[in-house]
Design a protein around this ligand. Structure first.
Ligand code: FE2
Ligand code: FE2
Length: 455
């Protein structure tokens, strides 16, 4: 008996039919899926080593070893080698992360079409995990990975400050990576939101269709609340870095905080001077958005007030830098900027988006540096915490994109925007950064400081 056999497929079908949580999560799902085993030793052609699941509104109507006809007729073909399937089936990586990182490839079907069904896919995999355990005795999901602070002792809050550095023999180490970012911030981050002329933007705004205005209000309200949240929540990280006596990082982080504050100001100027909106905008904030910005971000950052351990720092930085800045803000500003440029409208907001993109690229560069440094200094427990935190948050982050589009008809989206555009961009950037941090497992602190500042 093996994974991807008829027996396994039928066990999976029975388990799906018995799972109320799967039925609930997949109630909107229509269409068959092939799970393909790409490096199967018995493989004779490209279409004969997978399992076919005919999934329909929470039911699994048929489950069997896939035929060639099944491959051709299925809505999705998800393909991976056995090592990657086991990574997912043993709970070491979330299915969304595996797809976003290219471990599971979409040979058929679009990522945009799959996105609305993140929770159904997650439930399907959870059920498949139980089947794999019951039938084959596969290992339990690694709880050590999921639980924070497993192997690294919580550092007690220091009450005494580290000795001052700039008057010591060390001075300021201008060659360190954070100092190179600081130099860039001083050159590029000194723009003033109050200097931006929004007069043309206001005229352009009035000519937009109502659904286009609604989409821009929606996106801007997400950006606005996001920028205010990160401005408020960054402080515990600054405190940790200061208490650890990392002067060069602290110098750079002063610009980080100042830039976030200007981002808050810039978006509010859009509401005040372009859209001229005075009412409450929080109705644009969806369930997944609130969960990330109201619960996850404050919890991960706030934890640093009592827990300065490397793992707590890593979980905070993944939440703040990799997910909020990397997956959401950078992607949002990229698409927002492109829409305005392509339509040739709102030059003031074009400039805001371009400046924010440049600022955020430095913030992300710092985040990658911080996570890489933590991996070099503390090894695999930190790497595992990074990886599991990404698994926890990525599905919800993608759901935020999906929820932002749910208000508009699929065949008539404002600006012809497709969620797929957001996801593809986010995926490419995310993979690049994730790989970069993973490389730190084999690197020295010298290599980490040699990182090129991104621009
Ligand atoms: Fe920002
Ligand atoms: Fe930022």
């Amino acid at each position: 008996m093996e994974l991807f056999s008829d027996v396994w497929a039928q066990a999976l079908q029975s388990a799906l039919r018995a799972s109320e949580s799967y039925q609930h999560a997949a109630r909107g799902w229509e269409g068959a899926v092939v799970l393909d085993w790409s490096d199967a030793p018995s493989r004779a052609s490209t279409n004969d080593c997978g399992v076919y699941l005919d999934l329909w509104h929470g039911d699994c109507r048929v489950a069997r070893v896939a035929t060639s006809a099944d491959y051709a007729s299925s809505r999705y073909v998800l393909s991976a080698d056995m090592a990657s399937w086991l990574t997912v089936l043993e709970g070491r990586m979330a299915p969304t992360t595996a797809i976003l990182r290219g471990k599971i490839k979409l040979k058929r079907g679009s990522l945009g079409g799959l996105m609305p069904h993140v929770s159904a896919a997650t439930e399907l995999v959870r059920v498949a995990q139980t089947v794999s355990r019951d039938v084959y005795g596969a290992t339990e999901p690694n709880k050590d990975i999921a639980a924070p602070n497993v192997n690294i002792r919580v550092t007690e809050a220091k009450t005494q400050r580290a000795p001052l550095q700039s008057t010591s023999a060390i001075g300021i180490r201008f060659n360190l990576f954070p100092m190179r970012l600081w130099e860039k911030a001083k050159r590029l981050g000194i723009w003033n939101p109050a200097d931006i002329d929004f007069s043309q933007d206001r005229m352009d705004w009035q000519r937009l269709a109502p659904d286009e205005q609604d989409m821009l209000l929606r996106l801007t309200s997400l950006f606005q609340a996001g920028e205010e949240s990160v401005t408020l929540e960054i402080l515990p990280l600054l405190d940790v870095i200061a208490r650890e006596g990392r002067l060069e990082e602290q110098l750079y982080l002063t610009s980080f905080l100042w830039e976030e504050a200007k981002h808050v100001e810039a978006f509010r100027r859009f509401f005040d001077h372009v859209a001229e909106v005075t009412g409450d905008l929080t109705h644009y904030h969806s369930t997944s958005y609130r969960q990330l910005f109201t619960d996850e971000l404050p919890a991960a950052m706030g934890r640093l007030r009592t827990d300065r351990s490397p793992i707590a720092q890593a979980r905070a930085s993944v939440t703040y830098n990799m997910i909020v800045e990397g997956v959401l803000a950078e992607t949002g500003y990229h698409v927002y900027h492109r829409v305005l440029v392509e339509r040739g409208i709102m030059p003031g907001m074009q400039r805001v988006a371009a400046l924010l993109k440049a600022d955020e690229s430095r913030h992300l560069a710092y985040g990658i540096f911080l996570l890489s440094r933590l991996v070099v200094e503390h090894g695999d427990p930190v790497w595992q915490a990074i990886s599991s935190r990404m698994d926890e948050l990525l599905p919800g982050a993608i759901q935020i994109i999906n929820e932002a589009f749910a208000a508009y008809p699929v065949d008539h989206r404002p600006f012809n925007l497709e969620p797929e555009v957001f996801v593809q961009f986010a995926m490419t950037q995310f993979q690049r950064r994730f790989d970069r941090i993973e490389r730190a497992r084999r690197q020295s602190i010298h290599d980490v400081h040699a990182l090129e500042a991104m621009e």
